[in-house]
Unconditional design. Structure first.
Length: 434
């Protein structure tokens, strides 16, 4: 979550807010120590949980109000509001239920997250996969301790988990405050050690001139085209989760992963393909998932959307961004368009588009980045990104990411929070009518 925040804030804003980063890191460190002390004395985490519950419940109510004001009947908006209100209600009711519901909620979350880490790193054998495997095992162990209520009761283990999370945030903030001081101008924040030590493999494409974002809409919108796995062939038998975010299997038993492309007017088109078709059966598909460099094959970039449609079919989804750093994206692509290595997991069409998208959106929030922490869409965006970075980027995940990113980057979403924005917007409309 913090790395995504730093990316959207950009180097100039981070350098300007270096003292605040240091202060925030120290505050997180103090809060972590305070939770441990409070746990030792009272064995509760009542006040922070109640405040979080009130915030989530209020935000859920405002999501319902927003859907009503905008006459929106989107099931996604209704589901989002329901989840926020339900989570807020659980957190508010947890003290009365003696934390049992909350304990099982945390245990379930750790089981699913740990299982995701173990499965993904076992299949892909990416860089530092042993460390990620150990992290997933630790999450399973933590959930087991919560369920068994041994050797410590859950009302002690859960606050301890919060303290560990705050400690991790504190270390990240302090590291960023230290590292950003050495970041030279016109250099991407993704080149800092806090970013480069993460990921499926060693990073690439960071040695380019990253011009600061001017703050104005670009002359031409940035377009993202998605060919979903379901739209790429004749699929037999539906597997809703697998088909939506990973791949689909057609009537011949072949695996279809879909495709992702990015376009900036007539000057730039990002669409990476392997020279030799990697379509295969499911068993062969699983064998090609290793992310390391030895599994790279030769690739090439399609020339244009028209050529891609002529050779295949129309994209299932078209998304666009109006606000992005056009100059930085030009510099990045002029330097790295010749690197056409392809890897089914770590250098596929979707990871290539996401890297270009990161270049284009770096620094867009600037000093407004801290306000994004009050926006539930930012937390959803961080969740999508963490899932993709733990596994790999696919067309389905790119589609979800860009859709939420559009809402996060919307200038109207940063008045203070989404709740305050709609209150002020309603008052303004009433005054204009009067």
């Amino acid at each position: 979550m913090l790395r995504l925040l730093f990316l959207l804030m950009g180097g100039p804003a981070l350098r300007a807010s270096c003292p605040w980063l240091l202060l925030s890191g120290l505050l997180c460190l103090a809060a972590s120590a305070g939770i441990v002390l409070d746990m030792l004395v009272h064995s509760t985490l009542l006040i922070p949980l109640c405040l979080l519950g009130l915030f989530l419940s209020a935000e859920g109510v405002m999501q319902v109000w927003r859907a009503r004001l905008m006459t929106s009947d989107s099931w996604q908006a209704k589901m989002k509001a329901f989840v926020l209100i339900a989570l807020g209600g659980i957190l508010l009711a947890a003290p009365q239920m003696k934390g049992v519901c909350l304990a099982w909620l945390f245990a379930t979350a750790f089981i699913f997250d740990g299982g995701f880490r173990i499965i993904s790193c076992s299949l892909m054998r990416c860089r530092r996969w042993q460390y990620k495997l150990a992290t997933g095992g630790a999450e399973w162990l933590f959930s087991l301790l919560i369920i068994m209520d041994w050797p410590l009761p859950h009302h002690i283990i859960i606050p301890l988990g919060f303290a560990i999370l705050l400690l991790a945030w504190a270390l990240s903030l302090l590291q960023m405050a230290w590292q950003v001081r050495t970041l030279s101008p016109n250099t991407s924040v993704a080149a800092l050690p806090l970013f480069t030590r993460k990921g499926l493999r060693r990073p690439h494409g960071l040695d380019y001139l990253h011009s600061p974002y001017a703050g104005e809409p670009a002359s031409t919108p940035l377009k993202i085209y998605i060919w979903t796995p379901l739209g790429s062939g004749s699929v037999v038998g539906r597997r809703p989760g697998f088909d939506r975010w990973v791949a689909a299997i057609d009537h011949r038993g072949k695996v279809s992963t879909g495709h992702t492309a990015l376009e900036m007017g007539e000057s730039l088109y990002v669409s990476l393909y392997p020279v030799e078709d990697l379509t295969c059966h499911l068993s062969g598909f699983l064998q090609m998932l290793h992310a390391r460099e030895e599994n790279d094959v030769a690739g090439f970039h399609q020339e244009s959307l028209e050529r891609e449609i002529k050779n295949g079919c129309l994209p299932d989804k078209r998304l666009s961004l109006r606000h992005y750093n056009q100059q930085a994206l030009r510099h990045y692509w002029a330097r790295h368009r010749g690197d056409c290595r392809y890897n089914l997991t770590s250098r596929n069409c979707s990871t290539t588009v996401i890297q270009a998208l990161d270049v284009a959106t770096e620094g867009l929030l600037g000093n407004r980045g801290y306000e994004a922490l009050l926006n539930p869409d930012f937390w959803l965006l961080s969740l999508i990104r963490s899932r993709a970075e733990g596994m790999t980027w696919t067309p389905g995940l790119v589609m979800d990411y860009v859709s939420v990113l559009n809402r996060v980057l919307d200038p109207q979403a940063h008045a203070c929070s989404s709740m305050l924005h709609f209150i002020f917007a309603r008052e303004s409309r009433l005054k204009n009518k009067a």
